[in-house]
Design a protein around this ligand. Structure first.
Ligand code: PHB
Length: 385
């Protein structure tokens, strides 16, 4: 090889190393297309809102998002993309995950590559058990469901029917509700699981109506499924039949609440975030988010993206820009953040989130539908952890 060529190659190689050395790459795996495209949009916009608010340089390093589209609940795609992020893009963190199946698929890669992996939404309890390199800043279905069972019993309800999406988080919601509600003395008189893909809610909802419970408890993933469920609930006249609607906040999600229409008024839900949460942190978050996307209201997934980036920034700061998987996990364990939803902490032992869970009612605020918080369960853990 000629001398000048050699020099060129070395220059290229060191040039790249230099560039990589000054950049912290954050691989974002999220659903950017298909039925669940809103998940990826909310998550990435939440992450960008954090960067807009706090600048894109930490400990002298530039923070760069490398976004990859899992296209929906697609474990094989998620796995391949995670491998590419590790091997080709040489990312320092893997973050994102709207849907549980994608988080499960990536757990072995996080372990093998020792990549700090931050779950910004996916909410099945066992996800954090699947790899010691996973920490969660979102929530678990079990965590928000137990307070709902308690609230329902306290409100005098005794006979409830549960309807959940038939996969991880739905199973957790169903089991947690039944356990907590029956322990108190209530009764789950029927349980239905609906498919995650293209469910026809009408016949399911009719079955619930025919068995005359006092209330129905529902979890389906936020977005189109929530709209579909609500439509069937209204068309089949459950409210008129006196069957109250209780849900996790996924169903009355801020991203689609206006699409649910006035029929959603009065729905009671439990969740960790409402855009109506009254705090200076939330006000600042809403302002930052509207600079990224003025057209859409941020939801709990956007807050997950935002807090996940806050966690990344804190790790980079504490490790002075030299990211090592094990050291990063040490920083994440026990981390406390002042989230737009209220104070949160990543539990040092389980790497899962501890946070307030709010009971909310859909009401009109200034002519728009919001989940108005009226009761707080403080510092709630996943009941199984
Ligand atoms: C999940 O797949 O874990 C998931 C998705 C959407 C939600 C909640 C949980 O609203």
């Amino acid at each position: 090889m000629k001398k000048w060529m050699m020099f060129g190659l070395i220059a290229l190689a060191t040039g790249q190393a230099y560039a990589a050395g000054n950049t912290i790459k954050v691989g974002v795996l999220a659903e950017m297309s298909g039925t669940f495209a809103d998940f990826g949009m909310q998550i990435t916009n939440g992450a960008k809102a954090y960067m807009r608010q706090h600048g894109d340089t930490v400990a002298g390093k530039k923070i760069e998002l490398v976004v990859r589209d899992t296209t929906g609940p697609a474990p094989d795609v998620a796995k391949r993309l995670a491998q590419e992020l590790v091997v080709k893009d040489n990312v320092d963190f893997i973050v994102g995950f709207g849907l549980t199946p994608n988080a499960f698929a990536v757990a072995p890669i996080a372990t093998e590559a020792k990549k700090p992996t931050i779950i910004m939404n996916a909410a099945t309890s066992v996800i954090t058990v699947k790899s010691p390199y996973i920490a969660r800043v979102s929530f678990t279905l079990a965590q928000v469901t137990e307070p709902m069972a308690q609230w329902a019993y306290k409100s005098g309800l005794r006979k409830i029917y549960t309807v959940v999406a038939d996969y991880g988080p739905g199973h957790d919601a169903e089991q947690t509700f039944k356990k907590a509600f029956s322990r108190l003395g209530g009764e789950v008189i029927g349980e239905l699981r609906v498919p995650l893909k293209n469910p026809e809610f009408g016949p399911f909802v009719q079955r619930v109506k025919d068995s005359k419970p006092q209330a129905i408890f529902v979890f389906v993933p936020a977005g189109e499924l929530a709209v579909g469920f609500m439509k069937a609930y209204n068309e089949r006249g459950l409210a008129q039949a006196g069957i109250k609607l209780l849900s996790t906040g996924d169903v009355t999600d801020d991203g689609v609440i206006e699409a649910l229409g006035d029929n959603a008024l009065g729905v009671i839900s439990t969740h960790q975030y409402s855009a109506a949460h009254p705090s200076p942190e939330n006000k600042a978050f809403l302002a930052a988010y509207s600079q990224i996307n003025p057209k859409q209201r941020p939801n709990f997934m956007a807050v997950g993206g935002y807090d996940g980036m806050a966690a990344v920034y804190e790790v980079v700061r504490q490790l002075k820009g030299n990211i090592d998987g094990d050291k990063a996990m040490q920083v994440l364990k026990g981390m406390k953040l002042n989230s737009p939803r209220g104070p949160i902490q990543i539990d040092a032992e389980t790497r899962d989130i501890v946070q307030n869970v709010y009971v909310r009612e859909v009401r009109k605020v200034d002519g728009k539908l919001y989940n108005v918080e009226f009761e707080t369960f403080t510092a709630v853990r996943d009941p199984g952890k």
